[in-house]
Write a protein of this length. Structure first.
Length: 320
C-alpha cells in the first residue's frame, strides 16, 4: 500500500470506525487504479475527520434503535436488573420492574423519568424481588408479581396500592387470602402448591398477563407459577379461578422452573414459554367465559430453536 493508503489505514484503525473505514480503503484502491493522487488525499482527510467526530469503539446504531434510557444504579431513572416492561397505551408511559431496587419506575414515551413506587419490604406496596408487570387498559390498573413475598399486588396507574393476594397475606394463615387497602396491614405470603399459592424459590418465578378487553376471559389475571410448573388464573379482584399445566414434557405440561413468560391475544388465547428442555412456546385456548373456571385445551405446541431457553414473549394485539 502507498504511504497515503497506510496513513489512511492507521487513521481507520485508530478511530475504530470500521464501517466508514472499509469505504475509505475502497476509495483509495479506486483512486490508485485511475492513477490519481489527489482523491486519495481527500479520502484521508475524511477519514481523519471521522476519527475526530466518532470516539474509538463506537459504531453505528443498531438498525431500528430510536433511543435508550437508564444506567446502572439506585438513583431515580437508574436500574439494577430491570425484569419486565409494560406500556400504558393511553398515555405511552412505560412501567419498568426495577428488580434489584425493589420498585417500579415510570417513564414517558421519550424515556423521561416520571415517578417510582415501591420499596424493599413485605407491607402494602412493598416488594422483595418483583418480577413481572401487566396493565389492564380497560380498568386503568396494573399487576406486579412480588416473587419473594409469594404474592401478586394490584395498583392503580399512579402506583397507589389497591390489593394483594396469595396464601396468608392477611395474617399468615395456611389458606388463600386477599388483603385490600382497607385492612390495617398486609404481609408476605406462605409458600406452597395449593390453589392460589406460590412456591418459594430463587429467581425463577414467572411473569403476569391480563386478558384484553373484549376477549372471553376479559380482565382475568394469568400468573406464571414457574416452580409449580403451571399457570394460575385469577379474576381482577384476586379471586382464584383455575390453573393449568403440570410437570412434564407432554403437550400442556411444563419443564422444570417454567413457564416464565405469558402473553394473551385479543381472542383470549394464552401463550406460555417452556424451556429448560422443553424449548417451545405453547398456545392455549379458553372455551368458557368467566366467572366459570375456563376449560383449557392445548391448541398448539410450537418448537422454538434455542440454546438458552425461550426468554421473552409478546403478542401482536391484532393477532396478525
Amino acid at each position: 500500500m502507498s504511504g497515503v493508503g497506510s496513513a489512511a489505514r492507521f487513521a481507520i484503525e485508530a478511530t475504530g470506525f470500521r464501517g466508514v473505514g472499509s469505504w475509505v480503503l475502497g476509495a483509495l484502491s479506486v483512486s490508485r487504479w485511475f492513477g490519481g493522487r489527489r482523491p486519495s488525499l481527500v479520502v484521508l482527510v475524511v477519514a481523519l475527520l471521522v476519527g475526530l467526530l466518532v470516539p474509538a469503539g463506537v459504531s453505528a446504531a443498531p438498525k431500528g434503535l430510536v433511543d435508550e434510557f437508564g444506567s446502572t444504579g439506585s438513583g431515580l431513572g437508574q436500574f439494577v436488573d430491570p425484569n419486565d416492561v409494560a406500556i400504558d397505551q393511553a398515555t405511552g408511559n412505560v412501567y419498568v420492574v426495577d428488580n434489584g431496587n425493589d420498585r417500579v419506575q415510570v417513564f414517558d414515551a421519550d424515556g423521561g423519568f416520571l415517578f417510582a413506587f415501591g420499596s424493599t419490604g413485605s407491607g402494602k406496596g412493598e416488594f422483595v424481588d418483583p418480577r413481572g408487570v401487566a396493565i389492564d387498559q380497560s380498568a386503568d390498573v396494573l399487576y406486579v408479581t412480588d416473587e419473594d413475598n409469594l404474592r401478586v399486588q394490584k395498583f392503580d396507574l399512579d402506583g397507589d396500592f389497591i390489593r394483594m393476594w396469595g396464601w396468608g397475606v392477611q395474617n399468615g394463615a395456611s389458606s388463600f387470602q386477599i388483603c385490600s387497602d382497607a385492612l390495617a396491614s398486609c404481609r408476605a405470603g406462605v409458600s406452597g402448591s395449593g390453589d392460589g399459592q406460590f412456591l418459594a424459590t430463587t429467581s425463577v418465578t414467572g411473569q403476569v398477563a391480563v386478558a384484553p378487553d373484549g376477549s372471553p376471559n376479559d380482565g382475568d389475571v394469568y400468573v406464571a407459577d414457574s416452580v409449580n410448573r403451571r399457570v394460575q388464573v385469577f379474576d381482577s379482584d384476586g379471586n382464584y379461578l383455575s390453573k393449568f399445566g403440570s410437570a412434564g414434557t407432554a403437550p400442556g405440561q411444563f419443564a422444570a422452573n417454567w413457564p416464565k413468560h405469558l402473553a394473551i391475544d385479543s381472542a383470549g388465547n394464552v401463550y406460555a414459554s417452556d424451556s429448560n428442555g422443553g424449548s417451545r412456546v405453547q398456545k392455549f385456548s379458553f372455551s368458557a367465559p368467566p366467572p366459570a373456571p375456563p376449560t383449557v385445551s392445548l391448541v398448539s405446541g410450537l418448537l422454538v430453536a434455542t440454546t438458552s431457553g425461550t426468554d421473552g414473549l409478546a403478542v401482536d394485539p391484532t393477532n396478525d
